[in-house]
Design a protein around this ligand. Structure first.
Ligand SMILES: Nc1ncnc2c1ncn2[C@@H]1O[C@H](COP(=O)(O)OP(=O)(O)O)[C@@H](O)[C@H]1O
Ligand SMILES: [Mg+2]
Length: 285
């Protein structure tokens, strides 16, 4: 039987295509008459940093997700898992092999993704041209999908359905109004702590929103969250993760952190947690 030959995409040098580099390298490359995004997981993290973080993760969290190959695998798994549950993510061209200098793109250390050109939820909410009612209605629609994902994550006890890097900058608004989620590296694994992870995710999203949207939107956004989130109890658990952490060690660490400069800032996650709690209390059970 003849093996099916993979389509090969060859580059002598990826430098001209560099889109951006955070931890990873992202390239926007010509592909099938359009574009694709090549995400290479061997980023700027030095070997020592990678290993020391990995060691910490292995010891304290039982996870090895700082290793590039693991990060890639986790991201690939999440892309498939999210799509399976009906959440839109970028298409992955698994059927294409990229050949480039190994120093830029080691075999098996990358994903080739559909190129998406769309505003992020963050950009949209910041846009001074858009009326506030329209923003809030899009946001509520987004919250409904957000809470649906949380419900599935909890029901399935599936930590990979948490958006660990999640914030409004990691959600595209597509032309048909749908939402596309991306950047799924590094996900914690314990199936018994899903609600806690979701609590983190909730506060992180809101924290990011309050830092990156105009101030007149802050109260309305928090109120819209309480209105549109499908499960009051789960939403109410989120501030508790920060304000009354369930585990003693965590409680001590958080207590110290909250009293330090970072924690006292009006933009801290503690403060976001307090503001959400106040909105929940005002809304009643
Ligand atoms: N498939 C894509 N199409 C268009 N832009 C993308 C795509 N993937 C990533 N980007 C852009 O690159 C940025 C970084 O991608 P991300 O997946 O978040 O990488 P990292 O894990 O390094 O943060 C995104 O915020 C987005 O602007
Ligand atoms: Mg990112």
């Amino acid at each position: 039987m003849e093996a099916t030959r993979k389509e090969v995409l060859r580059f002598d040098d990826l430098t001209p295509y560099l889109l951006l580099k955070n931890g990873n390298y992202l390239y926007k490359v010509p592909f099938r008459g359009g574009w694709a995004v090549l995400k290479v997981y061997y980023g700027s993290r030095g070997l020592l940093e990678t290993w020391s973080k990995s060691l910490g993760n292995v010891l304290f969290e039982g996870q090895t997700s700082y290793l590039p190959k693991t990060r890639r695998r986790m991201e690939r798994e999440c892309l498939a898992l999210w799509a399976r549950h009906g959440f839109r993510t970028m298409r992955v061209y698994d059927d294409v092999e990229v050949e480039a200098p190994p120093s830029q793109c080691p075999p098996g250390g990358y994903l080739l993704l559909e190129y998406v050109e769309a505003p992020t939820l963050e950009q949209y909410l910041r846009d001074p041209e858009r009326p506030q009612e329209e923003k809030l209605s899009v946001y509520e629609r987004w919250v409904a999908e957000w809470s649906r994902r949380h419900a599935v994550a909890e029901r399935e006890r599936e930590p990979r359905l948490m958006h660990e890097n999640g914030d409004a900058g990691h959600v595209f608004i597509l032309e048909d109004g749908g939402f596309l989620w991306f950047d799924f590296e590094m996900v914690y694994r314990s199936r018994s702590k899903v609600r806690e992870y979701l609590g983190h995710e909730i506060i992180q999203y809101l924290w990011h929103l309050l830092r990156n949207t105009p101030p007149e939107l802050h109260e309305p956004l928090l109120e819209a969250t309480v209105r549109a989130y499908s499960d009051r109890e789960r939403l109410a658990f989120a501030p508790r993760v920060f304000l009354d952490p369930p585990r003693l060690l965590m409680r001590v660490a958080r207590g110290i952190d909250a009293r330090r400069k970072r924690g006292r800032k009006p933009t801290s996650k503690y403060n976001v947690a307090r503001r959400l709690r106040a909105k929940l209390e005002a809304a009643g059970p």
